[in-house]
Design a protein around this ligand. Structure first.
Ligand SMILES: Nc1ncnc2c1ncn2[C@@H]1O[C@H](COP(=O)(O)OP(=O)(O)O)[C@@H](O)[C@H]1O
Ligand SMILES: [Mg+2]
Length: 465
């Protein structure tokens, strides 16, 4: 964080200093986990469900923090007292980013691919200047201010993922950390249970471009009509990316290699350049174009950009993580999360990687689909069968419609089985996997990732019992 006196902190958060020196300066980081506090830092005490942060206030002072920001006094501890600690962290973050004129904030939203693309943008922007981006999917009203507070006078780029579970969420996150470049990836059906309709999801995601200043930039997916339509919701300039012929930053001649890695010709107003990605899956064309549109805006020349795209790697785990086992089995660990759109891209990647090899998909339940739950699962099963996946292992009774959707495809040559749990899936895999097989593992979070872990452990020779 930029150094601030406690008086400045108190003003920023509308708080009251108790037993604290207004002229003392916070020079370290702002932490809400007492194990992470450092000398010169600020500790934020949250009243948690299991533990109350205020119980760790004294320890934080011993570890050298200048003060504790919290909601009640702790005897002997210099405090910044506020009504709501989370709200205070948000206000503090806003104060910090407002004091950093050299900072360009990039915000990303969409139904799928936010974390992936956030990591891509951050890798590209790091080549241009010091970049702060959150680890993994730290994209909520706590992760946001926490990440923004990492920015200081050295930071040129702050790359933020904006998740939304309802109308107004993205707008709120943009009030905490206002973007100058807003990227909207796609409007799918994730969390549709909470939103009610796809139109509402579009309404919520579009708040990201509404938050732009007139001299900002909206980066919109030309291939997704609900995203492209968001152009009318901002005063800012718009750059379209995609495969559509009229996209400003587009990919032509897309081909996948035997590992499912796309190559394409990158076409921008500055010219054309060949790109060969090291990332797996057709969907990475779209994600890398979005990242390219941002890097171009930040000033990266075309040839350097094409080269940099080819050097992009995976940063966050369990997202299209492809690895080969010594026994000749290839595993695609995409088990971080799942919704119908991301299931679809993952199954297509499996099919692309398959090419002549036997393909196995281990698919689990997709959470938060609401009334769309049955159809969402059944369509995934149908797609797997239509793309000729050879073996389908459906994990858990709640995911049964995937099995039903697949078996309803009459001319499918593959086979599906519904299994009670992950352990059963691991057992079947140990029984059936042969050298050369390609296995995809995907579901909503913990619902399949033990299967991926078991496949990994088997490869390293450990036996996961
Ligand atoms: N552009 C995309 N369109 C559809 N699905 C995607 C896209 N990019 C990634 N995915 C899929 O979504 C999964 C989750 O990706 P992630 O980047 O964590 O998304 P988010 O942060 O939006 O939840 C990936 O593992 C992949 O299967
Ligand atoms: Mg995410």
């Amino acid at each position: 964080m930029i150094p601030l006196t406690l008086a400045e902190v108190a003003t920023a958060v509308d708080g009251r200093l108790v037993g604290a020196d207004p002229d003392a300066r916070v020079t370290g980081s702002v932490e809400f986990d007492s194990r992470k506090v450092n000398a010169g830092g600020l500790f934020v005490a949250f009243p948690g469900e299991k533990a109350d942060g205020h119980d760790f206030a004294e320890g934080a002072v011993e570890a050298g923090v200048v003060a504790v920001l919290g909601t009640r006094e702790v005897p002997g501890v210099p405090m910044v007292l506020v009504d709501d600690a989370r709200d205070a962290m948000g206000r503090l973050a806003r104060t910090v980013v407002d004091r950093l004129p050299q900072l360009t904030v990039v915000g990303l939203t969409g139904s799928s691919g936010k974390t992936t693309t956030k990591d891509l943008v951050a890798q590209l922007s790091s080549r241009l200047g010091t970049t702060v981006a959150p680890p993994g999917s730290f994209n909520n009203e706590l992760g946001h201010p926490y990440t923004a507070l990492k920015a200081d006078s050295e930071t040129r780029y702050l790359v933020m993922e904006k998740g939304a579970r309802g109308i107004g969420h993205v707008r709120y996150l943009c009030e905490l950390v206002p973007p100058r470049i807003s990227v909207v990836l796609n409007v799918g059906t994730s969390h549709i249970g909470g939103f009610g309709s796809q139109a509402n999801i579009a309404l919520a995601k579009g708040e990201l471009v509404e938050a732009l200043p007139a001299d900002g930039l909206a980066v919109l997916n030309a291939d997704d009509p609900l995203v492209a339509a968001m152009a009318s919701r901002t005063e800012a300039r718009v750059v379209f990316y995609g495969e559509a012929a009229d996209a400003d930053v587009r990919a032509e001649d897309v081909v996948l290699d035997e590992r499912g890695r796309p190559s394409y010709t990158l076409v921008t107003p500055e010219g054309r350049a060949p790109v060969r990605l090291g990332l797996t899956g057709r969907h990475q064309v779209s994600n890398t174009l979005a990242a390219a549109a941002v890097a171009r805006e930040l000033g990266m020349p075309l040839t350097e950009l094409a080269q940099a795209l080819g050097e992009l790697g995976l940063v966050s785990t369990r997202r299209m993580d492809v690895f080969d086992r010594p026994d000749g089995v290839t595993v695609i660990d995409d088990s971080y999360n799942a919704n119908p759109a991301s299931m679809s891209v993952a199954i297509k990647a499996l099919a692309a990687l398959g090419g002549g090899r036997r393909t196995v998909a281990v698919l689990g339940y997709m959470a938060e689909l609401g009334p769309y739950e049955y159809d969402g699962h059944a369509e995934v099963g149908r797609l797997a069968a239509e793309l000729g996946v050879d073996r389908l292992l459906v994990v858990g009774e709640s995911a049964a419609p995937i099995h039903e959707g697949a078996t309803a495809v009459s001319n499918w040559g593959g086979e599906s089985v519904l299994l009670t749990d992950q352990a059963a899936a691991v057992e079947v895999l140990r029984e059936e996997l042969r050298p050369g097989d390609v296995v995809l593992v995907k579901g909503s979070r913990y619902r399949t990732w033990e299967v991926a872990d078991a496949l990994r452990a088997d490869a390293s020779g450990e036996t996961a019992a």
